[in-house]
Design a protein around this ligand. Structure first.
Ligand code: AKG
Ligand code: FE2
Length: 348
């Protein structure tokens, strides 16, 4: 269960990036702290993150991607949008206003840079190849492929360090989650929520029945999410009394949260908390003016979630060992049936 929080906690993960390595005491303190936040809010800001790119660079790469001509982006679209394409899981998805106007977003998803050997899937007849290679725009029109691959690798390393700390906090050895790293299918997703004329600015309170959303309330399905969000505002996290608590922008921070599967793995000790995103308005919000980034709001919101995911054949079970198990690939295929970016695939 979540608690009655009114803001998200902030966790300083500086020791993880220390060139001399974190001390035993620092790691123990961090492990306890992460346990505490994931057992209560399920969400936190991480500050002093060990990543080499600044927010400005991450959002620049994302904006350049979304500024590409529609035709170029559609060349990368998943097969569910262009029947003659081979990519089923990685690539671009356009906005689908006709399906869900409270889920108005376009996105570009990439997996590991090194192709994973084809896995013996749990559903051989499935039309989704979770292990397929990435697709990229032509280098002449988009020059950030290698930077995004580096960002992906750094986020994967950070996620694995966090998982070691979580393992210890759950009474397991620090390498307990090492099997989750084998053929890991983690996803880096660039997201753009276009500005919506009727939406209020992200910082202005609205009555709940008039809130315009661009991402409907959900919990993340997997293990751990590490989110870059720009200064537009709009992310909200639900507390135990049902209130939506704003998660405003904190410069250079990442938002971290627990997914459904990790809540199960933790034996119910960690909580996968419901969250949503308000539609960005056309006018700049107060928070974006304050950060001298008013352009971001006019263009909509950019966020870049990284979903840490195990390999397709990873056996995922509770640390208590008493609730059976699921193969990760089975879990994700089941979840895909509810995701808007796969919704036009009627028979998946
Ligand atoms: O854009 C955001 O801030 C949140 C995105 C999100 O919750 C998701 O993609 O699962
Ligand atoms: Fe989410």
């Amino acid at each position: 269960m979540t608690t009655t929080f009114s803001s998200l906690p902030v966790v300083d993960v500086g020791p993880l990036g220390s060139p001399s390595g974190a001390s035993k005491d620092e790691l123990a303190a961090l492990s306890n702290r992460l346990y505490e936040v994931f057992a209560t809010t399920g969400f936190a800001y991480l500050v002093n993150v060990p990543l080499s790119y600044k927010h400005e660079e991450v959002f620049k790469m994302s904006r350049e991607f979304f500024a590409l001509p529609e035709e170029e982006k559609m060349k990368l679209s998943k097969r569910s949008f262009r029947r003659d394409h081979h990519n089923t899981y990685r690539g671009y998805f356009p906005t689908q206003p006709e399906l869900a106007n409270d889920n108005l977003k376009e996105g570009f998803e990439m997996g590991p840079a090194q192709p994973i050997p084809t896995q013996s899937t749990t559903s051989p007849s499935s039309k989704f190849n979770l292990a397929e290679p990435n697709v990229w725009p032509d280098a002449t029109i988009f020059s950030f492929q290698s930077q995004l691959e580096t960002l992906y690798a750094e986020l994967q390393t950070l996620a694995s360090k966090l998982l070691s700390l979580l393992a210890v906090s759950l009474g397991k050895p620090e390498n307990y989650f090492a099997p989750y790293l084998n053929d890991s299918l983690s996803t880096l997703r660039l997201l753009h929520y276009p500005a919506v004329a009727s939406a209020a600015s992200g910082s202005k309170p609205m009555e709940s029945d008039e809130v315009k959303l661009s991402c409907t309330p959900h919990t993340d399905s997997g293990i751990l999410t590490l989110l870059h969000q720009d200064s537009t505002g709009g992310l909200e996290v639900r507390n135990s009394t049902g209130e939506w608590v704003a998660a405003p922008y904190i410069p250079e921070s990442l938002v971290v949260n627990i997914g459904d599967l990790m809540a199960k793995v933790s034996g119910g000790r960690f909580v996968a908390t419901m969250h949503r995103v308000r539609a960005p308005g056309l006018r700049p919000s107060a928070s974006s003016i304050a950060s001298q980034n008013s352009e971001s709001s006019a263009l909509g919101r950019i966020s870049v979630p990284f979903f840490f995911e195990p390999g397709e054949n990873c056996l995922v079970r509770s640390v208590d060992g008493d609730e059976g198990f699921v193969l990760y690939g089975e879990h994700v295929r089941e979840k895909m049936k509810t995701w808007v970016e796969f919704q036009d695939d009627v028979d998946n």
